[in-house]
Design a protein around this ligand. Structure first.
Ligand code: ADP
Ligand code: MG
Length: 696
């Protein structure tokens, strides 16, 4: 038997069943079976006291005591139930049988010391156990170890592939473990992290002697998964660092210094200073920077980006900044131009709707080097857009651009430009640590001073009048309001609020106020006009779909009313809320929902009303949706772990990353004999995938 052996050759399986198992469970080899981990374990080694039960225990448990009375209850419609009282020295519990026979009833031992085993439930303050297993033999009851319970289904059970089946085949396989596998981590690592060996880990994950053994096995297997995943990224990053040269920016010069001492409109936050330093340190080196800048909405990423671009300029290089939508690009362009108003730095905007005449100027100035900063949309990526010497490319809102597009930017210069990716969607740290392992991560974790936290409230349809009145009052105080709706006429079958209809309601209620509208079906020029109508203060109210989600900056807008808020995801709600709270005034976010909410919707709304912290929100989001969904479907395979749980195993992920960093520092090409086992395992794991790895 080897790990690759087909399960058809295992005792009692055969080709028919092997095929069936493969189809249903995707298991075809011995190795697949070994990593078919138990869902949970039942513990017969321990006897619980009824008096110690505080709440429903997770797993099935065993109790020792006596059945003191039995009675049958008839419901009259032919259905009966049998119940019994079970006592130990600490309390009483009820036993229930919904299905039973006369014979069964007679077999139940009364007033005799017995063991019962099963799932305890709490109902109306009374503990009960339905259909308990009853054992009179003490030896059999206390069988010692934990019994694994494997994932299964009725379909499988019908073909005899039940829990007993898995227990039997796995007990055979685990007996052969020493000849099946070798340790894949060096001794020193195992010792320093107090891990157990690979073989005992696989044994005890299936047949743990007790929970202590289970926990050690579990930790080892999780660590192993995290470790080899990190090693993949670590080697890739190392390869990039060796092979991808970049233009060093050693200087801080006139452009940066002049701006920093004369034009900076505010003091940078400590977090902004810190990340700027991290960026500077990267760009000083003759290696391409690949950095992710994470910062919550409103944390001031634009300023950091601008300062980085000024450093590029001081070193004789051009920069470009790319945003996912035209509106956003326009806004970046406006705010950068405004910040640079007292300088002679040449900045231009290139989007799909840039006029031909302007395009010609841009193309010429990019080639001659006259243009220092280009702001734009995807239009920047077109082949016709050529730079004299592009040194820094900044991508705002990372998740909307694909990796292929990032690569296009690389090709814009002989020596690829430094890359700074900015995202306002905080992703959980564990996810950042694993998924973005090939990017270095900087985090702005502090808001500019003087911001008043946004007050968030949950309201329902019956509160609509008071919500509208509140909005009216805020407008009277000089503020502006957003109304956001989930969709526009996308699907008639869904009962989404219809934007047009609501637009009319709002116009009617807020008589005398100017209402403008923004949605995805408008042409860029129309959007632009609507946006500037609102941004300039001419319109007090903006009715919009999620088009405004990203980046829009109108500091005087202080109320965000989100309609059908239960239809939005958490990160989207957080993004939308970030459109207010940008000025000095107290801002509000009102989440309007229907009366009935699913548990998940309720959790989302509650999270929003409880915190403004984007990182906390992203943690909850990951718990609700799972890491794959957060990253988007095409990337979910990346986080397809068997044991590792990105939501809960932050500590292990961190430790594995540290271990990989340490390992690669000491032995970058895995040549040390101590690491031979690790290298072999790694090469097998990533067979054909490690194009970037120098190890072989
Ligand atoms: P985001 O990180 O969401 O892109 P922005 O860069 O748009 O945030 O900044 C949000 C607002 O905060 C802008 O109006 C900007 O001028 C302001 N801002 C940025 N940094 C600071 C700071 N250190 N002190 C005060 N205001 C700041
Ligand atoms: Mg921004």
């Amino acid at each position: 038997m080897t790990l690759e052996t087909s399960i058809e050759f295992l005792k009692g399986i055969g080709p028919e069943r092997a095929k069936f198992i493969k189809n249903v469970l995707g298991i075809s080899t011995v190795e697949d079976l070994l990593t078919f981990y138990p869902l949970r374990y039942i513990d017969k080694s321990k006897i619980y006291n009824i008096g110690d039960l505080a709440e429903e225990p997770e797993a099935d448990i065993q109790l020792k005591g006596k059945i003191t009375e039995i009675q049958e209850i008839s419901y009259g419609n032919g259905k009966n139930r049998m119940s019994a009282k079970f006592r130990d020295q600490t309390g009483t519990l009820e036993l229930v049988w919904f299905r039973y026979s006369k014979w069964m009833k007679e077999q139940i031992p009364l007033n005799r010391e017995i063991f019962i085993f099963g799932k305890v439930s709490l109902f109306n303050g009374i503990f009960s156990m339905a259909h308990p297993e009853i054992e009179t033999d003490e030896k059999k009851a206390l069988s010692g170890s934990l019994l694994p319970i494997y994932p299964g289904s009725e379909k499988l059970a019908k073909r005899g592939i039940n829990n007993k089946f898995f227990q039997t085949v796995l007990s055979e396989i685990t007996l052969n473990l020493p000849s099946l596998m070798q340790e894949n981590m060096p001794d020193s690592l195992i010792k320093s992290l107090k891990l157990i060996g690979r073989i005992p880990a696989f044994y005890h994950i299936h047949f743990p002697k007790d929970f202590h053994h289970f926990e050690h096995a579990n930790r080892r297997l999780k660590f192993e998964e995290a470790f080899f995943f990190q090693l993949g990224y670590g080697l890739k990053k190392q390869y990039q660092k060796i092979s991808v040269i970049g233009n060093p920016f050693p200087k801080i010069g006139e452009n940066f210094n002049k701006f920093y001492s004369h034009n900076l409109p505010f003091e940078l936050t400590n977090a902004q200073k810190r990340v700027l330093k991290e960026i500077r340190t990267d760009m000083k080196k003759p290696i391409q920077m690949n950095r992710l800048l994470q910062g919550d909405v409103g944390s001031g990423k634009t300023m950091v980006a601008l300062l980085a671009m000024l450093i590029a300029m001081d070193n004789g290089f051009q920069s470009c900044m790319m945003a996912p939508t035209e509106i956003l690009a326009q806004q970046h362009f406006n705010s950068i131009r405004e910040l640079l108003v007292n300088t002679d730095i040449n900045v231009r905007l290139l989007t799909g709707s840039t006029k031909t005449a302007e395009r010609k100027i841009i193309h010429a100035e990019l080639l001659s080097g006259e243009l220092s900063i280009l702001v734009g949309t995807h239009a920047v990526l077109e082949d016709i857009v050529q730079f004299k010497n592009l040194g820094l490319a900044i991508i705002d809102e990372q998740h909307r651009f694909g990796v292929a597009q990032r690569a296009k930017l690389w090709a814009k210069n002989k020596i690829p430009p430094h890359i700074l990716v900015m995202t306002a969607t905080p992703i959980p740290r564990t996810l950042a640590m694993s998924f973005y392992s090939d990017l270095d991560v900087s985090v702005i974790d502090e808001m500019p001073v003087g911001r008043k936290p946004i007050i968030t409230a949950h309201r329902r349809e019956k509160d609509r009048l008071s919500v509208f009145r509140f909005a009216k009052d805020e407008i009277e105080k000089g503020r502006q309001i957003y109304f956001v709706y989930p969709l526009i006429e996308e699907s008639e079958t869904l009962d989404y609020k219809n934007l047009m209809e609501n637009f009319d309601h709002i116009v009617a209620f807020f008589e005398g106020k100017n209402v403008t509208m923004l949605h995805g079906r408008m042409k860029p020029a129309e959007k632009e006009a609507a946006m500037s109508y609102f941004a300039s203060g001419k319109a007090e109210i903006m009715v919009a779909t999620t088009v405004i989600e990203v980046g829009v900056n109108v500091p005087n807008a202080s109320v965000m009313i989100i309609e059908s808020a239960e239809r939005f995801g958490l990160s989207q709600l957080h993004q939308l809320r970030g459109r207010v709270g940008r000025g000095a005034e107290q801002s509000f976010c009102i989440l309007m929902t229907s009366d009935k909410l699913s548990t998940e919707s309720r959790t989302r709304i509650k999270t929003m009303t409880e915190t403004n912290d984007g990182f906390k929100i992203s943690e909850v989001d990951m718990q609700l949706r799972g890491p794959g969904d957060i990253l988007g479907t095409q990337q979910s395979g990346v986080v397809d772990f068997k044991k590792l749980d990105l939501t809960a195993d932050g500590k292990i992920i961190k430790a594995s990353k540290a271990a990989v960093d340490h390992l690669l520092k000491k032995d970058p090409h895995l040549q040390n004999p101590e690491n031979a086992g690790l290298k072999n395992y790694y090469l097998k794991l990533y067979k054909g995938k490690n194009k970037w790895s120098r190890i072989s």
